[in-house]
Design a protein around this ligand. Structure first.
Ligand SMILES: [Zn+2]
Length: 80
Protein backbone atom coordinates (compact mmCIF):
# COMPACT_ATOMS: atom_id res chain seq x y z
CA UNK A 1 0.00 0.00 0.00
CA UNK A 2 1.37 3.39 -0.97
CA UNK A 3 -0.06 6.82 -0.28
CA UNK A 4 0.11 9.24 -3.19
CA UNK A 5 0.02 12.92 -2.18
CA UNK A 6 -0.46 15.68 -4.74
CA UNK A 7 1.83 18.44 -3.53
CA UNK A 8 -0.18 21.34 -4.93
CA UNK A 9 -3.64 20.25 -3.78
CA UNK A 10 -2.63 18.15 -0.73
CA UNK A 11 -5.08 15.55 -2.06
CA UNK A 12 -4.03 12.01 -1.17
CA UNK A 13 -5.06 8.48 -2.05
CA UNK A 14 -3.77 4.97 -1.46
CA UNK A 15 -2.54 2.56 -4.10
CA UNK A 16 -2.43 -1.21 -3.55
CA UNK A 17 1.07 -1.66 -4.99
CA UNK A 18 3.82 0.45 -6.46
CA UNK A 19 5.88 -0.49 -9.51
CA UNK A 20 9.20 1.27 -10.13
CA UNK A 21 9.11 3.33 -13.33
CA UNK A 22 12.68 2.29 -14.20
CA UNK A 23 13.27 -1.34 -13.19
CA UNK A 24 9.61 -2.42 -12.84
CA UNK A 25 10.13 -4.07 -9.44
CA UNK A 26 7.31 -3.85 -6.89
CA UNK A 27 8.12 -1.96 -3.73
CA UNK A 28 6.48 -0.36 -0.71
CA UNK A 29 7.50 3.29 -0.35
CA UNK A 30 6.23 3.46 3.24
CA UNK A 31 8.30 0.49 4.37
CA UNK A 32 11.29 0.57 2.00
CA UNK A 33 11.65 4.21 0.94
CA UNK A 34 11.79 5.36 -2.64
CA UNK A 35 9.77 8.15 -4.17
CA UNK A 36 6.33 8.58 -5.74
CA UNK A 37 5.49 11.77 -7.59
CA UNK A 38 5.31 13.23 -11.05
CA UNK A 39 7.54 14.74 -13.69
CA UNK A 40 5.25 17.37 -15.14
CA UNK A 41 2.07 15.43 -15.94
CA UNK A 42 3.85 12.05 -16.00
CA UNK A 43 3.38 10.03 -12.79
CA UNK A 44 6.60 8.28 -11.71
CA UNK A 45 7.66 5.94 -8.92
CA UNK A 46 11.29 5.17 -8.08
CA UNK A 47 12.32 2.23 -5.90
CA UNK A 48 15.11 2.88 -3.34
CA UNK A 49 17.80 1.43 -5.64
CA UNK A 50 16.80 3.48 -8.69
CA UNK A 51 16.29 6.63 -6.57
CA UNK A 52 19.79 6.21 -5.17
CA UNK A 53 21.14 5.84 -8.72
CA UNK A 54 19.30 8.96 -9.88
CA UNK A 55 20.68 10.96 -6.95
CA UNK A 56 24.23 9.71 -7.69
CA UNK A 57 23.82 10.71 -11.36
CA UNK A 58 22.61 14.19 -10.43
CA UNK A 59 25.49 14.64 -7.97
CA UNK A 60 27.93 13.60 -10.71
CA UNK A 61 26.39 15.90 -13.33
CA UNK A 62 26.06 18.79 -10.87
CA UNK A 63 29.85 19.05 -10.67
CA UNK A 64 30.11 19.06 -14.49
CA UNK A 65 28.18 22.31 -15.02
CA UNK A 66 29.81 25.21 -16.78
CA UNK A 67 29.40 28.85 -15.80
CA UNK A 68 26.06 28.98 -17.68
CA UNK A 69 24.69 26.05 -15.69
CA UNK A 70 24.79 23.69 -18.69
CA UNK A 71 26.11 20.19 -18.19
CA UNK A 72 29.49 19.66 -19.85
CA UNK A 73 30.67 16.07 -20.13
CA UNK A 74 33.85 15.65 -22.13
CA UNK A 75 34.79 12.52 -24.08
CA UNK A 76 37.37 11.80 -21.39
CA UNK A 77 34.63 11.59 -18.73
CA UNK A 78 32.56 9.13 -20.79
CA UNK A 79 35.55 6.76 -21.15
CA UNK A 80 36.26 6.59 -17.41
ZN1 LIG B 1 13.74 0.61 -9.58
Amino acid sequence: MAKIIKLHTKESYDTPSTECSICRCNFNPDAEGGLCGSLGILPVQFCPTCLSGIISMVEFLWDKRDEDGKFKISDDDENK
